[in-house]
Design a protein around this ligand. Structure first.
Ligand code: SAH
Length: 228
């Protein structure tokens, strides 16, 4: 079994609602990223062989979390606007844009070479629900429903870039010891008790991937305006 076949079986088990068209797009990601990554480094060279289990599955953990823990919001994602801050070559934004074709994704990164890759991959797939922006997140004037992100900055550095620009929640993929970061974030921005929570990705991934995901978390930061 090749890497995609194995991944596609796992993915179908988690998201049986995925169409053939969506699966074809996931399949197309591997040759596209291999080609682009050889010209512009967006994934470490040794990790490109693990594109599906490490990068695409990781990105889709955001979909898994919404489906498992925020089912009401998952069912209402159509028409919503999502910002992927610091998308690099398109993670988590591209896999999520395939997953949620009726949701709009703005993929933003301050490094032009990286947004070039995200844009080329998006066009090659024919994605109609993405906008690629080369610039710093703090200069965006749009408003979003969600912010998603992977491995961009500490929570306390990241938060002010999007403060006031999202109505529902930030879903941030991060590893390491986040207890102190969360305490700093909550204190500095006076966030309500219970508005920040963590979800262990290793509990969600298929058996064979649990080791890699050990210690990797999804951090959910609710917008202060939610429910007001
Ligand atoms: N999310 C991608 C890339 C992570 S590297 C992935 O997981 O593969 C972090 C990226 O964040 C870099 O590409 C960097 O250029 C971008 N970045 C950092 N601060 C930013 C800001 N304020 N606005 C936009 N992009 C930013």
């Amino acid at each position: 079994m090749d890497a995609f076949e194995e991944f596609s079986l796992e993915l179908k088990a988690i998201f049986p609602e995925l169409s053939e068209g969506q699966m074809e797009k996931f399949k197309a990601l591997e040759p596209l990223y291999r080609d682009w990554n050889s010209k512009i480094n967006v994934i470490s060279r040794k990790d490109i062989d693990f594109l599906y289990p490490h990068h695409i599955l990781h990105s889709l953990a955001i979909a898994g979390y919404l489906k498992d823990r925020r089912r009401d919001e998952y069912d209402l994602l159509a028409g919503k606007k999502v910002l992927d801050l610091g998308t690099g070559g398109g993670f988590p934004g591209i896999p999520l844009a395939i997953m949620f074709p009726d949701t709009h994704f703005m993929l933003c990164d301050s490094v032009g070479k990286k947004t070039l890759v995200a844009g080329e991959v998006s066009s090659a797939l024919g994605l109609e629900n993405t906008t690629i922006v080369n610039g710093r997140a703090e200069s965006l004037s749009e408003k979003f429903d969600y912010v998603v992100s992977r491995a961009v900055a500490s929570l306390q550095d990241f938060y002010p870039w999007v403060k006031g620009k999202f109505s529902t929640r930030i879903l941030y993929l991060k590893g390491g010891d986040v207890v102190e970061e969360i305490a700093t974030l909550m204190g500095r921005y006076n966030l309500k008790k219970g508005s920040v929570s963590t979800w262990r990705i290793c509990d969600w991934v298929p058996e064979g991937e649990k080791g890699y995901y050990d210690g990797k978390l999804l951090i959910d930061i609710q917008s202060p305006s939610l429910g007001k």
